[in-house]
Design a protein around this ligand. Structure first.
Ligand SMILES: Nc1ncnc2c1ncn2[C@@H]1O[C@H](COP(=O)(O)OP(=O)(O)O)[C@@H](O)[C@H]1O
Ligand SMILES: [Mg+2]
Length: 369
């Protein structure tokens, strides 16, 4: 095997170090094991330097751009001195990663969005579209078993919030989990879905399968982009409609980011209670505008979105992330007033303390487990 992989591999280093470091001398077992690990990272992972970063549990994003590397360890992107080689090696790495994701990346198809074996999300853009050099964005899927207990221990939810969230699950509320990227929307949703009774069937619809709820009956549906002949695409909208015919007890949309919002709202309004989706938003108050913007992509006017969302959605759970801490910062309910969608924050969490807003008592009485 070593003779096959001897030499430089894209993004990696010369492989058989244990051997090269000991010409004619004894070869240490540790050295061989280290070489084996490095060879695995080079051949099956994202190259030794980048794969090491992806395996760090604190790292949520790794980006390579113009042959430099940045990581996000919870405090925004920071440059790190990882040796990824020259632009041509980074390009070769991007092409190889795309192939691992079962996709093509070349001058005819210079943008790729896919999932690597193991779940890391890949996005890459080649020059000249990426003007300064190949750009790779990687989002590792850390298979950490985040139960609600574990999330509570990290400070994401306090006792009162946690009870209410559990109530929203078991009493079959339709809920939007909102927040910025990396605030823990998907993680919290997966932990909550574990509370769905085991007799129910969950259908999770995602761009790339990320949700791994600890539940015995989950169907994962993944969207697919078009091939280079512009054929074969299956959108989230298509999957939401398919899901409805799969006898779901719960329809879960990993992230609403386009016209599928129309299909989800339609589903919720036709009796699919207990459904959840996540939405990128900067506050609970931002949720109506986001829904209206996504609805517009599907040809819905703001009044139609307000009526449908107001009737279908029972709660917004808003997550915040600051200085490495992620927490449920707001719980809100939606209402339609004068034809527009209104958000009433019923609970607001500041430094671990829950401040109740008007409507809290009624909301808790409705949804407590
Ligand atoms: N409470 C937490 N403590 C530590 N890490 C967390 C917590 N919640 C989420 N994470 C990690 O943060 C990253 C982003 O979380 P994710 O749920 O994917 O965010 P979002 O869906 O909002 O973009 C993941 O790597 C996840 O494991
Ligand atoms: Mg997410």
């Amino acid at each position: 095997m070593l003779s096959v992989v001897r030499g430089r591999v894209a993004g990696g280093e010369s492989l058989p170090r244990a051997l090269a470091g000991a010409p004619g001398g004894p070869v240490s077992v540790q050295g061989l094991l280290a070489d084996h690990d490095r060879a695995q990272r080079d051949l099956l992972g994202a190259g030794d330097a980048v794969q090491r970063l992806l395996e760090d549990p604190a790292v949520t994003d790794v980006v390579v751009h113009a042959a430099r590397v940045w990581v996000d360890r919870g405090h925004g992107l920071e440059a790190v001195p990882a040796p990824v080689g020259s632009e041509s090696e980074v390009r070769a790495l991007a092409v190889r990663l795309a192939a691992l994701a079962g996709q093509r990346l070349d001058d005819a198809a210079p943008i790729v969005d896919g999932v690597l074996p193991g779940g890391t999300r890949l996005h890459a853009v080649l020059p000249p579209l990426a003007a300064d050099g190949t750009s790779i964005s990687l989002r590792p899927l850390h298979q950490r078993d985040f139960t609600l207990d574990v999330l509570a221990a990290t400070g994401m939810v306090g006792e009162e919030t946690r009870d209410l969230l559990a109530g929203l699950v078991v009493r079959r509320a339709n809920v939007v989990v909102a927040g910025a990227t990396g605030t823990g929307k998907t993680t919290l949703l997966a932990a909550l879905l574990a509370l769905v009774p085991p007799t129910e069937r969950l259908v999770c619809i995602e761009e790339a399968s990320e949700l791994r709820p600890n539940h015995p009956h989950v169907v994962h549906l993944q969207a697919r982009s078009a091939n280079v002949q512009a054929a074969g695409s299956v959108s989230l909208s298509d999957l939401v409609r398919a899901a409805l015919r799969m006898r779901p007890d719960r329809v879960v949309l990993g992230e609403a980011r386009g016209r599928e919002v129309r299909d989800v709202l339609a589903a919720l309004n036709t009796g699919h209670a207990g459904s959840w989706f996540t939405l990128h938003a900067n506050s609970s108050a931002d949720v109506p505008a986001r829904l209206v913007a996504l609805g517009a992509l599907a040809g819905l006017d703001p009044a139609a979105v307000a009526v449908q969302a107001g009737a279908a959605l029972d709660a917004v759970v808003f997550l915040r992330r600051e200085a490495g801490q992620r927490w449920v910062a707001e719980i809100a309910r939606l209402d339609v007033r004068a034809g527009t969608l209104a958000v009433d924050v019923v609970a607001h969490v500041v430094e671990g303390t829950v401040h109740h807003g008007p409507g809290w008592e009624g909301f808790r009485a409705r949804w407590s487990p």
